[in-house]
Design a protein around this ligand. Structure first.
Ligand code: ATP
Length: 302
């Protein structure tokens, strides 16, 4: 290194507090610069929503975090591993501790749902018996809100909502600590989308997951995200709760959250919260059962 170039001293990464740490990320495709000095820390146990206009690089960011996109510069640490130059052992360890649901579900069309869920189990636990593997797969299918019979169906026999749940079952196959969801509610009807949101929240709470969730769905942001990261101008320009973001006067943030769709999502959230509090009062102060009156998750579709 020449004398006039100073190495930036960065604080060490504490992966017990921040399972995902991105610093100074730079990604480009030829002349097309996507990220420039992008930084983001995801806290343990949170659902972080990642938003931004189309083409701002949300999926490329996710791909950089999970090691599918080699950045031009910057650091990416996941669960304490440096993802820009992982050793083979690092890579095996970290891949067994996360689950990913890609936009289209990315299921193998020639395998049943159950067999799809078995794929990562076979890969990471080749010595597992067939019976145990099949039992685990069926459990994950049920955990994702699908009926037992769904395990024997092929992706082409499923509705869009069921395919998302099947993809989720596969993402949960290895009992991950981290869950990556790329637009999980895209293409779902509002009831299906709300049910998927509810499931994500419940899984996060019961399994102690940290969730990195890319979405355009304002209802999802209001309903389940602890914090929201906003991508614009090739960076994460803000991270915070929705009220914290609303206090900023960035034009994109204001238009996004305070535009007609943002206001209607906010009103729906406030209405839902008021109904929950009413229900709790009439239930002797106990919390009502989550989504008790909503239709069962995709039961109607099987
Ligand atoms: N493999 C690739 N080769 C060339 N350009 C790419 C590649 N992958 C992504 N891009 C470009 O990078 C930019 C960011 O893409 P990305 O898919 O991350 O956007 P996004 O924010 O997820 O968009 P959307 O909200 O529409 O899904 C886009 O201009 C896209 O065309």
């Amino acid at each position: 290194m020449s004398d006039d170039v100073q190495e930036v001293a960065r604080p060490p990464v504490d992966s017990s507090e921040a399972p995902i740490v991105v610093r100074g990320l730079r990604n480009a495709f030829g002349e097309h610069l996507i990220h420039d000095d992008l930084s983001l820390e995801v806290r343990k146990g949170e659902i972080i929503g990642v938003v931004g206009g189309s083409g701002t690089g949300k999926s490329v960011l996710m791909r950089s975090i999970i090691g599918l996109q080699q950045p031009e510069a910057g650091e990416v640490h996941v669960l304490g591993h440096d993802m820009t130059r992982p050793s083979e052992a690092d890579e095996i360890d970290v891949r067994s501790r996360w689950g990913v649901l890609f936009q289209g579900g990315a299921l193998f069309s020639t395998l049943t749902v159950g067999e799809n869920v078995e794929v990562p189990l076979k890969q990471f636990y080749p010595d597992m018996t067939d019976t145990l593997r099949q039992e685990i797969a069926r459990f994950k299918v049920r955990l994702s809100g699908l009926a037992d019979e769904a395990a024997f169906k092929y992706p082409s026999e499923l509705s869009g909502g069921m395919r998302k749940r099947a993809g989720l079952a596969r993402a949960l196959a290895l009992d991950p600590e981290l869950l990556f969801l790329d637009e999980p509610t895209a293409g779902l009807d509002p009831i299906g989308a709300a049910a998927f949101d509810q499931l994500t929240r419940e899984l996060k709470e019961t399994l102690g997951l940290t969730v990195f969730l890319i979405t355009h769905d304002l209802d999802t942001l209001y309903a389940i995200c602890d914090r929201v990261a906003v991508l614009a101008d090739k960076k994460v320009i803000a991270v915070g709760t929705i009220p914290e973001l609303l206090a900023l006067d960035h034009p994109w943030i204001q238009e996004y959250f305070n535009g007609p769709r943002g206001r209607s999502a906010q009103a729906a959230e406030q209405k839902g919260a008021a109904e929950q509090s009413e229900a709790a009062k009439s239930n002797g102060g106990r919390k009502p059962l989550a989504n008790a009156s909503a239709p069962g998750p995709d039961d109607r579709e099987i």
